[in-house]
Design a protein around this ligand. Structure first.
Ligand SMILES: [Mn+2]
Length: 236
């Protein structure tokens, strides 16, 4: 049983220099895999509509379609940049979508998956903004705005001085603590998280592991699970 975990690629569209790497990765690395787990923020912006997808993501979406046809199980945890994947993912691509976090059983093991936003302490404004982004109101608003304007706003934001992975000091330990607590509470084997953009590995208890998948902004990491053994690997 081979599982590939990918997180925080923050893919921006066809001009993104990571385009060839991502397409090749989804083709070659996933060919011999049974399950693909996206731990959020694969896309730098995604708010799902019923019958419309962002044109610049079509080559990546085509890879998802091919994987699905090959029988690869795809689980996608929504991040804070892909807040609402919508019916295209669930109904057309057959992807299992989790809203920010959730438990899945793979290879008879219990994986608790969490994108990671909201784990660390945040300012009140960020909390309200994030709460709003995940609300029904935001979905209604995005429908009103429409995909064209939303895309433009998203591109503007990603070209401005947005900093990825600007993690507050001590975050690593707070994330580890949260993972440990969750593993015990939910009685799971593994806790997998992203969002901080910093890959991390921590044995919570014998055989119980915490992993942060890292990112494709600076580290180009992904997590591989092969018959019970994990390895953080580099895509380039
Ligand atoms: Mn994130």
């Amino acid at each position: 049983m081979k599982i590939i975990f990918l997180s925080d690629v923050h893919y921006k569209g066809l001009d993104d220099p990571n385009t060839p790497l991502l397409l090749k990765f989804l083709e070659s690395e996933l060919k011999a895999s049974d399950v693909l787990v996206i731990v959020g923020d694969l896309f730098d912006l995604w708010v799902g509509y019923d019958h419309i997808v962002y044109a610049e993501y079509v080559p990546v979406l085509a890879k998802f379609y091919e994987l699905k046809k090959k029988g690869v199980r795809i689980v996608y945890v929504e991040g804070n940049h892909d807040v609402f994947l919508g019916p295209f993912f669930t109904e057309k691509l057959g992807v299992e979508v989790l809203n920010r976090e959730g438990l899945v059983v793979i290879d008879n093991k219990k994986f608790y998956l969490h994108h990671g936003d909201g784990i660390d302490k945040r300012g009140l404004f960020k909390k309200i903004a994030l709460g709003f982004l995940r609300s029904k109101g935001a979905i209604v608003l995005s429908r009103l705005i429409g995909p064209n304007l939303l895309w433009k706003v998203g591109q503007k934001l990603s070209h401005s001085s947005r900093q990825y992975g600007s993690v507050v000091s001590g975050a690593r330990d707070r994330y580890r603590d949260f993972g440990k607590k969750t593993l015990i509470e939910k009685n799971c084997d593994y806790f997998i998280v992203g969002h901080t953009h910093i890959p991390d590995e921590y044995e919570v208890a014998k055989g119980k592991w915490y992993y942060n998948v890292g990112d494709w902004v600076r580290n180009y990491t992904y997590l591989e699970y092969l018959d019970g053994t994990f390895a953080i690997k580099k895509a380039k």
